[in-house]
Design a protein around this ligand. Structure first.
Ligand SMILES: [Zn+2]
Length: 391
């Protein structure tokens, strides 16, 4: 349980961890893998790349590495159904609640449709896949309450096959996933359109509730995860912030986070602000165009998010607002001994949380005064965890 003293220690640790993030391993990984002709999910190069990534994860003490097999179905970009692989690296915590952090390592060339066309895929998406490795390297240095799962997805470019296989497996095996952080295309800070932004990364989230989720009043909620990421990052990263986008993904595009949202988990997608579309899915997605200072910042954001979630108690249950008409707002929940909860509130039109107040667990009840209840949205979470919103 999180005492105020341990909360202080965790904050210190988060600052220390942020300073541990370095570009070296990401450069090594992106350089090596983008020098392969391609990592098309149909090809033996995909398996070679997976083995390389698994070996990188095996170099990090404490991780349990698995090469996960699944079947990529016959489809427009898969001529024959075949068994393919992706990589999972688990850092076991004290609990079986999990936080998933990843990116995809497969690549594709959409101009030359032959399966052996050159497709370096340095930014799409070795940037996102490699930042997860860096987050793993740093987080594996200390013990966490909850379990972390680092994933290098495949089959993304053929139709999100790898993420769907893992999301379905997670559902079947009853995984308790608090959050999925998918980083896809997080290495480009300037477009050829003359636009530059080194200071933000977009966070795409689903409208809630979504199919299969437990809906409002639960934390299986992509949008609430996004709001939490923004809140948690405030003031923690010098010159770098998440930019929330309230849309499932970029227009007419898709990504691995959606596979998890569809199975009722909460997932978001990180993507750079200004993409250079002429390099994506071509032979020109090269390591020389990757801004590793930018990728480092994305890794730091993933790190502070995961670090907070990885030590958080579970979200409260049986959360409700007192329905009586009164000036004060009373929030009630089922208290769990020793847990500190945080009440959040915002104007109903504000996209982000604006205020918070920490409350003692014992009562299972908190009163917010001088806030006009009917103009306001409230939420409550365990400190460090994604809050439950009360609509
Ligand atoms: Zn991608």
């Amino acid at each position: 349980m999180l005492s105020p003293f341990s909360a202080f220690l965790i904050l210190q640790t988060q600052g220390d961890l942020v300073r541990e993030v370095r570009p070296d391993l990401m450069k090594e990984v992106v350089g090596h893998l983008s020098a392969m002709p391609n990592r098309n999910t149909n090809n033996a190069t995909l398996t070679q790349a997976a083995e390389y990534i698994a070996d990188i994860y095996r170099r990090i003490p404490g991780l349990q590495v698995e090469i996960m097999k699944y079947e990529a179905p016959k489809s427009s970009r898969v001529p024959e159904a075949k068994e393919v692989v992706q990589v999972l690296a688990t850092l076991p915590g004290e609990t079986d609640r999990r936080i998933v952090i990843g990116g995809h390592f497969d690549s594709i060339n959409m101009q030359d449709r032959s399966l052996d066309a050159i497709a370096p895929g340095a930014n799409d998406d070795l940037s996102g896949m490699s930042q997860a490795i860096e987050v793993a390297r740093v987080m594996a240095k200390i013990k966490w309450r909850n379990t972390l799962v680092f994933v290098a997805f495949s089959g993304e470019e053929q139709g999100l096959f790898g993420s769907r296989a893992l999301a379905r497996r997670a559902k079947v095996e009853g995984w308790k996933i608090d959050a999925v952080l998918s980083s896809d295309i997080v290495g480009n800070s300037a477009s050829l359109n003359g636009q530059t932004d080194k200071h933000h990364v977009r966070v795409f989230s689903e409208d809630a509730p979504i199919a299969g989720s437990r809906g409002l009043g639960s934390t299986d909620n992509s949008r609430e995860l996004a709001r939490f990421i923004e809140w948690n990052a405030r003031g923690k990263l010098r010159g770098f912030e998440p930019k929330l986008v309230f849309r499932r993904d970029r227009y007419q595009r898709g990504g691995d986070h959606t596979s998890f949202n569809q199975e009722g988990f909460s997932a978001v997608r990180f993507t750079e602000v200004y993409e250079e579309f002429t390099r994506q899915h071509t032979k020109d997605d090269l390591v020389k165009f990757v801004d590793f200072n930018y990728v480092e910042n994305v890794a730091r954001l993933n790190l502070i998010t995961a670090a907070s979630l990885a030590n958080a108690d579970p979200a409260p249950t049986q959360v409700r607002l007192d329905p009586r008409q009164a000036h004060d707002t009373i929030v009630r929940w089922r208290p769990v001994a020793g847990v500190t909860y945080r009440i959040y509130w915002r104007d109903s039109t504000s996209p982000v949380w604006q205020h918070s107040m920490d409350v003692d667990a014992k009562l299972g009840e908190a009163k917010i005064s001088k806030v006009n209840k009917d103009d306001t949205t409230f939420g409550i979470g365990a400190v460090g965890g994604v809050p439950v919103a009360l609509e």
